[in-house]
Design a binder for this molecule. Sequence first.
Ligand SMILES: Cc1cc2nc3c(=O)[nH]c(=O)nc-3n(C[C@H](O)[C@H](O)[C@H](O)COP(=O)(O)O)c2cc1C
Length: 325
Amino acid sequence: MTNQSQTPNFYIRDLPIYGDLVLAPMDGYSDWPFRSICRELGSALSYTEFIKAEIILSKSKQPAKRAFFKEEERPLAIQIYGEDPELLLQAALKMQEFNPDVIDLNMGCPAKTIADRGAGVGMMPSPLRIARAFRKLVKHLRVPVTGKIRIGWEKNKNYKLIARIIEEEGGSLVAIHGRTKEQRYAGHADWDVIADVKSLVKIPVIGSGDVKTVADIERMKAHTNADAVMIGRGAISNPWIFSRLDREQVPPELVKETIRKHLARSVEFYGDEDGSRLFRKNAVQYVMMNHLTRDERKEILKARPSAEFLELLERIYDSPMMTEL
Ligand SMILES: Cc1cc2nc3c(=O)[nH]c(=O)nc-3n(C[C@H](O)[C@H](O)[C@H](O)COP(=O)(O)O)c2cc1C
């Protein structure tokens, strides 16, 4: 792996973490192809996309697909969500069979269908339920248990209480996104809350929200003293941020190499048709759509086999407008 220092930056219980940048869990994005790319570029820890407890306990193949990883990607956290502590335990035990390094509980998702039924950030107004979930998970799982939270709800910003509960019930790390449920992904992330949590608990803290540049990384670290910085949307267009490169600093050869690798892994993982179709959303971010002509944009979004798709991307990338960037 690149970018690994000799001494761990911090530990998740007894698991050493080398590095201070972490790819955020992102539904629809942090699948094995993208996670493995980010890991190679320097992300210190991988989180899967969140997986619903009820689906884990059904016959669906989705959880196994979401939990897929290769050994070189470790350390890997499998993220689950649900509202019932007993169901969460059964789901976590089942996901533990995939042999991850960590099981993480999502308490931040603001989607109505999830939060309204008491899962994701819908858990935060129920501290006792969170305490019960962590107590059960910590008692029965072999791997460390961690949690990802938000500030809370506008009328109940109880992140400090929840962070304390996670620690007291044996949780090994807390990641916090500095927005409320109601803010969803809008407005600015409040980094003061990350600093509050860091000064409150002894377990490691990861800060999340609005880190898009290398300068943002250093600003968040200085502002919060967090053990690591989580990067979500900023990494979709610039996974090279994990090597501490801003987008305009990334050599075109590296962009092309990453595109080739990501497309190949997408095809390996999803098959040629689905793999190249799903990769389109990444491709448009990698080549910076706003620099493309209307025709080029249309071309990129058309379905085609991966080999033709790669040829098209290389042609667009080699066009004078792109090489001038
Ligand atoms: C498309 C998308 C999907 C997300 N899915 C998840 C998820 O599955 N689990 C989770 O804990 N957070 C999820 N998040 C939240 C991110 O992990 C992160 O906390 C948030 O985007 C703020 O960081 P950013 O400003 O760097 O994007 C998602 C965010 C986005 C934009």
